[in-house]
Design a protein around this ligand. Structure first.
Ligand SMILES: NC(=O)c1ccc[n+]([C@@H]2O[C@H](COP(=O)([O-])OP(=O)(O)OC[C@H]3O[C@@H](n4cnc5c(N)ncnc54)[C@H](OP(=O)(O)O)[C@@H]3O)[C@@H](O)[C@H]2O)c1
Length: 320
């Protein structure tokens, strides 16, 4: 009898230690990466020491423009790459005047083919590029079933892969060699929380963002010893044109607030939500999956997104 109860307490103690160990293994790094590191120490990486220039894709609006402003504020010269020449000229003047740095522009449409990267290569030849922000991305106009997306615009399937995936791989291939040669450099790839949580009705968008996470993770392992930092940033909602959120809030911050926070994680985290409320959101979803099962979490997300789709379609019908 006594033997049995000793055995039970031993097993109980072992189970508690294993659970405690697992919690510490997951929770302590989370606290360090999302709270202690960025808040108490700040980024360990001085981006201005990586090179003279920063290249930012999708840099005339939203998150890309906010990265451009913050990097210029830290003293980097900029190459802005986006689609609309007029917007590029206006943003280049705005940032150049505000931070007294040289700003160059390249107008390309990332839905295009490999020829656009040849143009970018030619127009950036000879520049000492220290930071690359692969930010450009497109999404659905509203959450939608995959086949309805395809029927509405068959070309969209190719465009979203070209903008969200090919731009990241080709731009990295263009600028990694220079960074490796001088043994320093930073590549920031903008993914999305959609890439790390269930995201039905945005399946193609979220899959492109999962690609960005996986690609960044393995690329970082390949090139870490060459002195290059590769970070995948996974925002939740940010108040930009893409999200159609006009008013910033705690859970949908302004691009400037988001980017300041995301940059403070550079050097701490290779995969990051970049902003504490978004990191908490990811944590809640992952805990829900762990406690109640992945299907339960998927169903909750689906119900929520179906509601968003219904409201978006109602709005669209009213506008027509
Ligand atoms: N906003 C969010 O809630 C959110 C959440 C998670 C992840 N993200 C990711 O964050 C990144 C930036 O999103 P955002 O919300 O800041 O977007 P945004 O406000 O819509 O800005 C998009 C930028 O990309 C440029 N662009 C769009 N399509 C292009 C194309 N085909 N070729 C060249 N440039 C193009 C736009 O330039 P033009 O104006 O000239 O077209 C603009 O400068 C994206 O990768 C997105 O997936 C955003």
């Amino acid at each position: 009898m006594e033997e049995n109860s000793r055995m039970l307490s031993l097993l109980g103690g072992l189970a508690i230690s294993i659970v405690g160990f697992q919690i510490c293994r997951k929770v302590l790094p989370w606290f360090y990466v999302n709270i202690l590191g960025p808040k108490l120490v700040g980024s360990t990486v001085d981006v201005a020491k990586m090179g003279e220039w920063a290249v930012i894709t999708g840099s005339t609006d939203g998150i890309g423009k906010a990265y451009a402003k913050e990097l210029a504020r830290r003293g980097l010269k900029l190459v802005l790459i986006s689609r609309s020449l007029d917007k590029l000229k206006a943003v280049a003047k705005e940032i150049g005047d505000a931070y007294a740095v040289e700003v160059r522009i390249i107008d390309v449409d990332f839905t295009g083919g490999v020829e656009i990267y040849q143009r970018i290569r030619e127009q950036t030849a000879g520049l000492d590029i220290g930071v690359l922000v692969n930010n450009v991305g497109i999404s659905y106009s509203h959450p939608e079933y995959f086949l309805d997306c395809y029927t509405a615009d068959p070309k969209f399937l190719r465009s979203i892969v070209a903008v969200n995936i090919h731009s990241v791989t080709h731009m990295s291939a263009l600028f990694l060699p220079g960074m490796i040669a001088k043994r320093k450099g930073v590549i920031i790839n903008i993914s999305s929380t959609a890439g790390v949580i269930p995201n039905p009705l945005l399946s193609l968008y979220s899959a492109t963002k999962s690609f960005v996470n996986k690609f960044s993770d393995d690329l970082q392992t390949e090139y870490k010893e060459h002195g290059v930092i590769i970070q995948s940033v996974q925002p939740g909602f940010v108040a930009t044109n893409m999200s159609k959120i006009r008013k910033a809030s705690v859970f949908a911050p302004s691009p400037d607030t988001y980017v300041k926070s995301a940059l403070s994680t550079l050097g701490f985290a290779t995969q990051t939500a970049g902003y504490l409320p978004h990191a908490l959101l990811q944590l809640v979803i992952h805990f829900t999956e762990a406690l109640f099962g992945e299907q339960f979490a998927r169903n909750i997300v689906l119900k929520n997104i179906l509601g968003t789709r219904k409201r978006a379609l109602r709005r669209r019908d009213k506008e027509q």
